[in-house]
Design a protein around this ligand. Structure first.
Ligand code: LR7
Ligand code: MN
Length: 575
């Protein structure tokens, strides 16, 4: 009985204690009470414009602004969003618009948020319980930038300094890729004087992010090189699990989970820890995100354990410095933007290493939907052509097909081919079979690209593989977007209409997608260039667009020369 009393008393005291001391989070929310706006649906929103506008203890606009900047009202803490009113007028509106224009994100809001704002900690018990060996090798962080905003650049730097263990962080190497913005000149020099661990290099001409990164890498001396874009935020404990994997095997190349920082509110939006995305690519050599395939899921012992990925997004990763050097860094002739992520991904796998995403490590990145800076037209294409020539073997054809064989001048790649030979790297065929089997496709192609109905010759509705394969359902018909992706089909010489490992099929009365298998008679289609029929061989019926109550639908019907049975493919070799 006395033990019971003791337990009860103990819980009461504990409860009392936690009630009387506020957590940081509670204090923070308390200080913002006057500015929290309740939405109709019961959610609350922080109204930054009230802070700047009519309410609050600070009277003048200037007062309020400096109050925010002095962190009396720390906006955006815990990665919370900062919302703005729709009807901003006058000078502020101009400032906001200029911010968007210069950066393709809401610079005005970013400037309101402290450079060392707090963020949630995404590590679960499993991550926290790991006692990272104290003898982990040191790392240097390389951050390249071209005309980055002040607040986002500084927030990147401060998040690294604040959230990396002293003994592991040797230095931060900033590479200014020939920026023209004023704040990145004397003001930046002045600022970093206070930080002994920051080194700043400036390129003498615009190099593009790929050469800028090589320049930065050549400056460092630590065993581990870590790369970040110039608009990131590292969360608590981001660095240790990355370095740990490289310490275990210097040929591991690792990427954190890349979370979103919202371009307009700067909210930190984490990926679902149960459903982390890994990397892939499509045949226009664009990097894509995709869910973890089933066969990798069942291999995993723990949701937080590192997961193998065929490719990485490219901006945020850690690599053994020597391994990177042995791999020939990147192709130095890659310009401005693009392609280097796949180049590195392919060669890491093909030349004896492995790539993985480490779920215990979370870093946020501002994903923008356009380039805010001048980028030479065609750098992506030129880089991709070099990449395809050197690393894709016979599969390069699939990429060339996508660009209509318009190769143009992409320079001399013989040195890179030599590098590959000297490193004795495996074939691209090996990479596909062993690392990315879903992408392995027969390369005997008769046609490729979008498949659309030419009924009234409007190229609007395309066969689309979005959201397959979950259930057996009718193939989607969606507005053509000309971006490849889920609308890029391959018509193989054995009559299959393929999307990755899926084939257009006719099953249980539905025109659907199903895993390709060699002798499937239901998956064979004949495209006739004269009639423009896509004829299903087994039934001899034609693919047709029908108007139904559910909207446009793809069905099979007796061939009868009807416009709704006429189809076109973007590229068809026999035309
Ligand atoms: O000429 C330039 N010089 C530079 O130094 C152009 C850009 N840069 C800097 C720039 O300031 C930024 O820090 O290079 C970095 C990347 O440029 P962004 O942020 O404009 O492009 P991005 O975020 O779309 O870049 C993604 O794809 C690139 C392909 O070349 C690189 O691999 C980037 O590192 C990569 N970013 C990420 O992987 C973050 C996650 C996004 C995704 C997917
Ligand atoms: Mn970026």
């Amino acid at each position: 009985i006395s033990i019971l009393w003791f337990v009860a008393l103990f819980t009461i005291i504990r409860k009392f204690k936690t009630n009387s001391t506020f957590t940081d989070q509670q204090l923070f929310e308390k200080s913002l009470q006057p500015f929290i706006k309740w939405n109709k649906n019961g959610t609350k929103q922080l109204d930054a414009w009230n802070l700047l506008g009519t309410s609050g203890p600070h009277t003048s606009f200037k007062d309020k602004l400096s109050a925010i900047k002095n962190k009396e009202f720390p906006l955006g803490n815990f990665g919370k969003p900062v919302h703005t009113k729709d009807n901003i007028k006058g000078t502020i509106r101009m400032l906001v618009e200029k911010g968007w224009q210069d950066n393709a994100f809401n610079q005005f809001i970013s400037d309101m948020i402290p450079v060392d704002r707090t963020l949630p900690d995404f590590r679960n018990e499993w991550c926290l319980k790991r006692n990272y060996s104290t003898v982990l090798p040191q790392a240097s962080i390389v951050i390249c930038f071209h005309n980055e905003a002040w607040s986002t650049l500084l927030r990147t730097i401060h998040s690294v300094i604040n959230r990396s263990p002293r003994h592991l962080l040797k230095e931060i190497v900033l590479v200014d890729d020939y920026s023209s913005m004023n704040h990145l000149k004397a003001q930046l020099d002045e600022y970093i004087k206070n930080f002994t661990q920051i080194k700043l290099i400036r390129t003498k001409k615009r190099e593009g992010l790929i050469r800028a990164r090589i320049i930065g890498t050549k400056q460092i001396i630590t065993p581990v090189a870590v790369f970040l874009d110039s608009h990131c935020e590292c969360t608590e404990g981001w660095l240790e699990p990355l370095i740990e994997r490289i310490a275990e095997n210097p040929k591991n190349v690792v990427s954190p989970v890349i979370d979103h920082i919202d371009t307009s509110t700067f909210e930190y939006i984490s990926q679902d820890p149960k459903d982390i995305q890994i990397g892939g690519f499509d045949w226009s050599l664009k990097f894509i995100w995709r869910p973890i395939p089933h066969y990798l899921k069942i291999e995993r012992q723990n949701l937080m354990a590192p997961i193998k990925t065929p490719t990485i997004a490219g901006g945020l990763f850690a690599i053994n410095r020597k391994f990177f050097k042995d791999l020939g860094y990147y192709d130095e002739e890659f310009d401005i933007w693009g392609g280097e992520n796949l180049e590195l991904s392919f060669k890491v796998w093909m030349c004896g290493g492995s790539l993985e995403i480490v779920p215990c490590s979370h870093v946020g990145h501002i994903f923008r939907d356009r380039f805010p800076y001048y980028a030479t037209k065609g750098s992506f294409k030129r880089n991709s052509l070099r990449l395809a020539e050197v690393w894709l073997d016979e599969y390069a054809k699939l990429y060339f097909q996508r660009i209509g064989f318009m190769k143009g001048d992409y320079g001399d790649v013989s040195k890179r081919k030599e590098l590959r030979k000297n490193l004795k790297c495996k074939s691209f065929e090996w990479y596909l079979s062993n690392v990315y089997p879903e992408m392995k496709i027969p390369i005997d192609i008769a046609g490729s690209g979008q498949i659309f109905n030419t009924g009234n010759d409007r190229r609007t509705e395309c066969l689309d593989a979005t959201f397959y394969p979950n259930t057996l359902k009718t193939i989607n018909l969606l507005p053509c977007h000309h971006q490849g992706g889920n609308q890029f089909w391959l018509y193989t010489k054995d009559g299959k209409i393929r999307f990755d490992h899926l084939c257009l099929d006719y099953l249980l009365g539905l025109v659907t997608l199903f895993t390709c298998w060699e002798r499937a008679v239901t998956q064979i289609w004949l495209y006739d260039t004269k009639t423009r029929y896509i004829r299903h061989i087994q039934t001899q019926d034609c693919l047709k667009v029908a108007r139904t109550k559910l909207g446009l639908q793809v069905i099979l019907e007796t061939c009868m020369g009807d416009n709704s049975q006429k189809w076109k493919m973007d590229n068809f070799d026999f035309e």
